[in-house]
Structures are given as C-alpha cells and as structure tokens.
Design a protein around this ligand. Structure first.
Ligand code: SOE
Length: 380
C-alpha cells in the first residue's frame, strides 16, 4: 500500500484547480508509485467559496486561515496557490512546521524573498518544488533529452516568446480575485514574472544559466480602476517586456512577452539552434516537437515534425496514457509534475525545479526589470 501524502491546498483559483486535477489523476495513471496524494484540506478566507470548492473537487476538510492548515498534523504537504505576495510568509511557516511544499510560480516577489524561502526549506530539509509546469509537456521533456544527448552540438541561439492579448481593454480593472496579476502589490511584476518566468525556467533547464541581460518594458495602460479600492490607480506592472541575454555556455538569448499581441491567447514558443541541429516547440501544438538534424543524409535534410505520442517508452510520459497517436494536453503537465514529485519521495531525490532552481529564474527576472529601469546591461 502506498504512503499517503496528505495535501493542504491554499487557494482555489485557476491553479488550485489545475494542481488538484493533477493530484486526482496520479493514483489512477501512476499506480506503481510508492507515495500517493490524498486531498486532505482546502483553505481560503471565504468559507462559502472554499466549502464549495472542497465539495466539488473532493477535499475532506476545509480551513479559512492558512496558519491553521499549517498547524494540522494531518497535512504532510502544503500547496501554495495564492498571489505571489503571500508565497514567502506561507512557505517559511510551512517549512518551519516540517511540511513539504509545492509552490506556484514565480517562487517569490523578488530574489531576496526567494533566497529566504530557499534557506527555510533547506534548513528544515523538506521536499520542495515550484510549479513550472511546461517542463513536463512530453515534447518539452523530449527536447531536454535530445539536447542532453548532445544532438544539437554547440548551442548558438535560444529564443522564446509568450504572447497574450487579454489586457488590451483599458476598462479592465486591476486587483482582486482574478485580476491580481495586474496589481504590482500582489504580483510583483507583470509579464516578466507571470509569463517570461516560464520561458526562463525552460531556457535554463534546456540551455543552462543566464549570465547577463539587457531589457525593455512598457506599460501601455497607465491607470486602471482598482477592484479593491474602487479608485483609478497607477498601473505599476510591465504589460510587455523584451530582453536579450548571454547564456553561460556562450549562446545568445532573445525573449519577448506581452499581453498586447492581439490574436494571441497563450502563444508560448521556443527555438534553440545548435551546430548540429535545431529544435522548436509551440504550446498551441504542444505534442509536436520540430527538429532539424544536420546529421541526416544531405538530400533528405529538412525540418521534421515529431508527434510525441509514442508508447514504446521512448516518448516521455506517453506510455501512461491512451494508445499511440492519441494526444494529451495542458492539464497533463501538472499530472506529470505530481507524479514526479511522488516518485522523488520514493527515491529520496529532489524534484526539479526545486526552490533553489526557481530562484535562478527569479534572479533573471530581477535583472531584466532592473535593466529595463536603468537602461543598462545587468549581471544575473
Ligand atoms: C495568465 O497570464 C497565465 O495563466 C499565467 O499565470 C500562467 O502561468 C501561464 O501558464 C498561462 O497564462
């Protein structure tokens, strides 16, 4: 019988649902694991809302104060699914109480907070991970395997975009339940922490650390009504951000993110170019990995589109799902993350990205924001 990992979920928004779905699917699709999640307690300030969420998704208990959740003996792991400005305090308290922690991205509001969080989990020796989910889309995991096998050779370029269009209307308010991402006091930053952080996490994972950056940001809508105060307030987040960087391996990086690319909803794409080949990936077609392999016979050289759905065990995670050729989606990246976290408990190994790994992404975000402000190249 598997060891239960009793989850205490704090928050119940979009990510609360995505993570909970992950916990629910793992016992069915990864039954071989020696640790299995149990939906123990869900927590949020509004009792009616959290009771409804708990009933719908299957949590056994509710709390309305996160401190009470952390005090409970029947919670083994705390899942932090609340706005970024609350991550630090909850994570440190959870670590001090000896709980494992699964924290939503970005790890923190800034590097200083993230460093404190890393020290807390390291001192307590508790298992920890940050939900950069795109690493666990099978085609992205496969890109990592191919790069690590040396198939691209020396890397010259890495480029990534994350484009959305949902904040173009100036009537959209900032702050409060669904719109805290537009409020710098809750989010820390705009697209840099929300979207580029994903691109940076994947980039560091695939291509190693970033050494320095030069960036520009723009806030197109300067004032928005604040949902909590009812007043028009200055918008302090970045609506768009673009940056150039050097990676420590000598390659060059080019990143762009915006919420003002009319027509694009969540266009996360990356491409990596090496001496022996290139790879590219697009979230809107997430099961495909495009590859150009210069080692192919010269008359047959060209971009190939690999449908990462095979069951031979050669396509990551796919043997757990349906039959070859049938696709999975966005939500499965969270299922895979939960499965890998449980597996890491079986094996006593870290589950990346750990807090320390996610701090590296935070450092790049901070350098990007500093560069945009100062107009200078910034070391990471
Ligand atoms: C909204 O901008 C959002 O949901 C992000 O918060 C997520 O991290 C990203 O995966 C999709 O877009």
């Amino acid at each position: 019988m598997a060891t239960p990992v009793r989850i205490g979920m704090i928050g119940y928004g979009f990510m609360g649902r995505a993570h909970t779905n992950g916990y629910k699917r793992v016992p069915d699709f990864f039954p071989e694991l020696g640790h299995q999640p149990v939906l123990q307690v869900a927590c949020a300030r509004n009792e009616e809302n959290i009771a409804k969420f708990a009933k719908q998704w299957g949590y056994a208990n509710i709390e309305t104060d996160w401190r009470k959740l952390i005090e409970r003996d029947d919670v083994d792991a705390v899942d932090i699914c609340v706005p970024n400005n609350l991550h630090r305090e909850i994570a440190i308290a959870a670590a001090e109480a000896g709980k494992m922690i699964l924290c939503e991205k970005p790890i923190s509001m800034n590097t200083a907070e993230g460093e404190e969080m890393c020290q807390a989990v390291e001192k307590a020796g508790v298992a920890n991970t940050v939900w950069y989910n795109y690493r666990r889309v099978p085609a992205v995991t496969m890109a990592k395997q191919l790069i690590d096998e040396g198939r691209l050779g020396r890397i010259f370029h890495y480029r990534a975009n994350f484009l959305q269009d949902w904040t173009i209307s100036e009537d959209l308010p900032q702050g409060g339940a669904a719109l805290w991402r537009l409020d710098a006091a809750a989010a820390g930053s705009g697209v840099t922490g929300d979207l580029l952080a994903h691109c940076i996490d994947t980039a560091i994972w695939l291509n190693g650390t970033v050494s320095d950056v030069t960036a520009m940001t723009e806030t197109f809508i300067k004032e928005r009504m604040h949902t909590l105060t009812g007043k028009k307030q200055k918008v302090e987040i970045d609506d768009a951000c673009a940056f150039l960087c050097h990676f420590s391996n000598g390659s060059l990086g080019l990143f762009e993110s915006t919420r003002y690319a009319r027509g694009h909803k969540a266009l996360y794409t990356f491409e990596i170019n090496g001496e022996k080949g290139s790879l590219k990936w697009d979230l809107h077609d997430l099961h495909r990995l495009e590859m150009f392999d210069y080692e192919d016979e010269s008359r047959l050289r060209g971009w190939k589109s690999i449908h990462v759905t095979d069951h031979s065990g050669e396509h990551p995670y796919m043997d757990k799902w349906w039959v070859p050729g049938l696709q999975i989606g966005y939500e499965h990246s969270f299922v895979h993350h939960v499965a890998d976290f449980m597996k890491s408990l079986d094996e006593g190994t870290p589950c990346g990205p750990t807090f320390r790994d996610a701090l590296e992404t935070q450092k790049v975000c901070d350098a990007v924001l500093a560069s945009a402000k100062n107009g200078s190249w910034e070391q990471v």
